[in-house]
Design a protein around this ligand. Structure first.
Ligand SMILES: Cc1cc2nc3c(=O)[nH]c(=O)nc-3n(C[C@H](O)[C@H](O)[C@H](O)COP(=O)(O)O)c2cc1C
Length: 233
């Protein structure tokens, strides 16, 4: 007679899906080397302000673009990056973890311990193409691959213009695989006054897709937008 199998730990009762989950989510955020690092940094700031746990990973090209577009030098060392960004955005201790792009031991490399959702903001055509081809050649591509296979939210903020047929086919492939393709296309119906308003419009849409609460600007229909002064009679 074979020995009895060890008893499985009792499963917790199924959650009531009508009750809103209140635990802060864990979000993977990736920066790649497309123009638009200010979107990514603002997204990081809002995620940390929302109490989300954040796993951040960025490419060497993102470091180059950050130098061109912002006042920030993204350190090559993950620990230095975590310290710098946590201080800049007043993160709680342990709220932000930065991983190296080849850190295969990080939780986001595996479907057994992945985040609740992931955003790549901004996303290069190169990274979009690599994910569409299933390469998983670095931690950003692998983490995105995991999100798709686990059917978890993956939001890409792709930036290039104009888009070639190759770009469009890769983005279509990703959309068909379950990714949300969210181009940084701010609306002008809210009468933005400064660049920060345009950035926030896009970041708000990303946060919506990640199911992270925010107060970035009024939603359509909530507050009537005054027409510009020249149109008022
Ligand atoms: C200042 C700057 C802006 C760039 N903007 C874009 C862009 O908007 N979209 C894009 O696909 N690539 C852009 N690139 C090129 C990418 O950074 C390059 O293809 C890189 O290899 C992408 O690597 P990554 O996807 O690993 O970040 C830009 C590069 C630089 C230096």
């Amino acid at each position: 007679m074979p020995p009895p199998l060890p008893q499985c730990r009792q499963r917790p009762a199924k959650p009531d899906y009508n009750v809103r989950m209140t635990a802060p989510p864990t979000i993977t955020l990736a920066f790649t080397g497309a123009s638009g690092l200010p979107y990514g940094l603002r997204l990081l700031e809002c995620l940390l302000a929302s109490e989300s746990q954040v796993f951040l990973v960025y490419s060497p090209a993102a470091q180059v673009v950050a130098r061109h577009e912002t006042d920030l030098t993204l350190p090559a060392q993950p620990h230095a990056a975590a310290a710098l960004l946590a201080e800049r955005y007043r993160a709680r201790p342990g709220q932000l973890t930065v991983f190296g792009r080849e850190d295969w031991m990080s939780p986001i490399a595996s479907g057994s311990n992945t985040a609740d959702a992931m955003a790549i903001c901004p996303c290069t055509m190169g990274t979009a193409g690599a994910i569409a081809a299933g390469l998983a050649d670095n931690l950003i591509e692998r983490a995105a691959d995991v999100m798709l296979k686990e059917r978890r939210p993956l939001v890409l903020v792709p930036r290039e213009t104009p888009l070639s047929a190759i770009h469009l086919e890769n983005l279509l492939k990703l959309a068909r695989a379950g990714a949300v393709i969210l181009p940084p296309s701010p609306g002008f119906y809210g009468h933005p006054q400064e660049i920060g308003d345009l950035v926030d419009f896009v970041v708000a849409r990303v946060l919506d897709q990640l199911s992270v609460a925010h107060t970035l600007g009024p939603r359509w229909g909530e507050a009537r937008v005054a027409p510009p002064a020249t149109e008022r009679t």
